[in-house]
Design a protein around this ligand. Sequence first.
Ligand code: NAP
Length: 239
Amino acid sequence: MKVLLLGGTGDARRLADVLAAEHDVVSSLAGRTGEARLPVGEVRQGGFGGVEGLTAWLVEHRIEAVVDATHPFAATMTAHAIAATSALNLPLLVLRRPGWHEQPGDIWHRTPDAATAAAVLPTLGQRVFLTIGRQGLAAFTDTGLWTLARCVDPPEPLPTWCELLLDRGPYELAGERELLQSRRIDVLVTKNSGGNMTAAKLTAARDLGIPVVLIERPPLPTGVATVETAAEVQAWLTR
Ligand code: NAP
């Protein structure tokens, strides 16, 4: 089958490895992250130009099925994939790794979005560690709290209201503990991305009794077929 694999995540890159043996896969990346490791096989980069552009691209490249393995917070791309595939009556499957779940000892404050997260912060601490990526930083500009923001790539323009830490996971527990302690962090903010690559910060926060503000995922529209593993994607394509 000729498959469009919407990526930009480690999950999508690993999925491309798995699918390449049986299918003709084109991986698509937004093309914004520097030094991103490319998936195996054919890769295209850059936006499609909205739903219209994606629809035209799917037709032009004779795509028979679309797998959306974008990040759980890449809601616009997912909405575009749903609109384009339903207009063309093409099968669409969304691969979403499971979110993180609260464990005994966690002090979690769940919020629906970044603005709500920013609003609760002053009640929880004075020294904030933001691990939400560079795109969501704007919501935290006016908290008035000392803030350390960790991002893979530098935000543009560079923020003047926070300290910046440029780093790329995976992160180990010892390193995360050391960072929280040495920077005297008293509240952590993260998106509920799920996965193992960046989960150590949650364990470190639990060990140190540091509260976590967890921004929940944007909900998927109802009726969209969703799975959690590469094996399930393989089985779906075979069917
Ligand atoms: P988004 O808000 O859902 O998408 C914004 C626009 O970027 C889309 O309308 C599309 O442009 C383009 N785009 C996004 N993903 C694309 C893909 N795989 N291939 C081609 N174009 C794509 O996405 P985002 O949150 O900015 O994330 C961008 C990419 O980074 C995604 O691929 C995602 O998997 C990855 N990522 C996101 C996060 C996060 O926290 N949001 C974290 C890690 C990785 P057009 O409308 O022009 O087609």
